[in-house]
Design a protein around this ligand. Structure first.
Ligand SMILES: *Cc1c(COP(=O)(O)O)cnc(C)c1O
Length: 361
């Protein structure tokens, strides 16, 4: 069976060496030494000033909304993972969907202004598949209407835009270190705050009950992460560069080998990319279903990602049509991509897909 994704695991002895001290110190959670070291090493790797390590990427999104005191309406993208919308709902805010740009698959900034009302407090957008949103246009709109900007950067670990980390855009950017991501800590997430030191401090406190030095400042939650997760991160961080290179090779092989009948991702010129996913877009849903079935017959797992378009979820309070997102969602499929996928297997996958497409035309 060829899975659609496979988590990278470091050599077992390296992880064991990393956690050995924990049996002596017995300090296994609550902002321990490894968590602090991981936060520093990730910040160094990404060349950002600071990152907060939290329980997961979804928690990072809810804490971002909480830290910025967001209430009311949040303009967001329908083309993302569930967490982008559910975190808004979880914070008792209303997601207001704005359709995506057909090329980048990120929120279409030209349609944002139309969706702004007096209740709008923030924009939460996703760098889809690690391709940056139009951060400049979004920033201009946010300034004009005094809105906060949160980027869901769950796909964007290691992505640079115009020479700096994409995570340095927006008031807050979040990361996911879930096992399926380019860099992972089994479960985990990160908050990159580009605001004031006060806001950074607030985020640190929110993840630990809003409690500091015997002072109870506000109601927080437990969004901490453990020394064992941090240890996995510290081990994986040593391999992330090499893993991204391996992903790049597969990504390029797919791009070269796949039939021109399918649309693949175009990487914009001014970015350093992380090769997180390899989505293909078919002419129509019928073709997608045919290909998905054919891949499956050959023991190749693929994943309809993102599907459905989030504006179509049954529990969304404010219904809105997003024709481009709905259309793309219906015919996009992610192919297997992980660092130890071998080239021969990738060639095989291309062959199965190409033959299936060519039969259908
Ligand atoms: C994975 C992912 C998340 C959620 O991250 P978790 O760490 O699994 O909570 C959020 N947004 C996007 C776009 C994701 O892909």
């Amino acid at each position: 069976m060829i899975p659609v994704t496979k988590p990278f695991l470091p050599p077992q002895h390296e992880y064991q060496a990393q956690i050995k001290e924990l049996w002596k110190s017995k300090w296994i959670t609550n902002n321990g030494e490894l968590v602090q070291r991981l936060e520093k090493e990730i910040a160094d790797y990404l060349q950002i000033s600071y990152m907060n390590f939290v329980a997961n990427g979804t928690m990072a999104l809810t804490l971002a909304l909480k830290a910025l005191d967001i209430t009311g309406e949040v303009i967001t993208t329908p083309f993302s993972f569930l967490a982008t919308s559910t975190s808004i709902l979880w914070e008792n805010c209303i997601p207001v969907f704005v359709d995506i740009d057909a090329e980048s698959l990120c929120i279409n900034p030209d349609q944002i202004e139309n969706a702004i009302t007096e209740k709008t407090k923030a924009i939460m957008a996703t760098h889809v598949f690690g391709i940056p949103c139009d951060v400049e246009k979004i920033e201009l709109i946010a300034k004009k209407y005094n809105l906060s900007v949160i980027y869901d950067g769950a796909h964007a670990f290691g992505v640079n835009y115009k020479g700096k980390s994409i995570l340095e855009y927006g008031d807050i950017s979040t990361l996911s270190f879930h096992a399926t991501k380019v860099f992972h800590t089994v479960e985990g997430g990160g908050i990159v705050c580009n605001g004031s030191n006060q806001l950074r401090e607030k985020i640190s406190l929110l993840r630990n009950y809003g409690f500091k030095d015997q002072e109870y400042l506000f109601a927080g939650v437990n969004a901490k992460n453990s020394e064992f997760h941090a240890a996995m991160g510290l081990c994986n961080l040593k391999y992330v560069k090499e893993n991204i290179m391996k992903r790049k090779n597969i990504f390029e092989l797919y791009t070269n080998e796949l039939s021109e009948q399918v649309r693949t991702i175009r990487i914009p010129k001014d970015i350093k990319y992380n090769y997180a996913y390899f989505p293909v877009i078919f002419q129509d849903e019928e073709t997608l279903i045919k290909v998905e079935r054919k891949l499956s017959e050959n023991n190749i797992h693929s994943r309809r990602y993102f599907y459905p378009s989030l504006n179509k979820l049954p529990y969304i309070p404010l219904k809105k049509d997003c024709p481009i997102s709905e259309d793309i969602s219906s015919r996009i499929l992610c192919l297997p991509l992980y660092s130890d996928l071998d080239m021969g297997t990738a060639v095989f996958i291309c062959g199965v897909l190409n033959r299936c497409i060519n039969v259908s035309i």
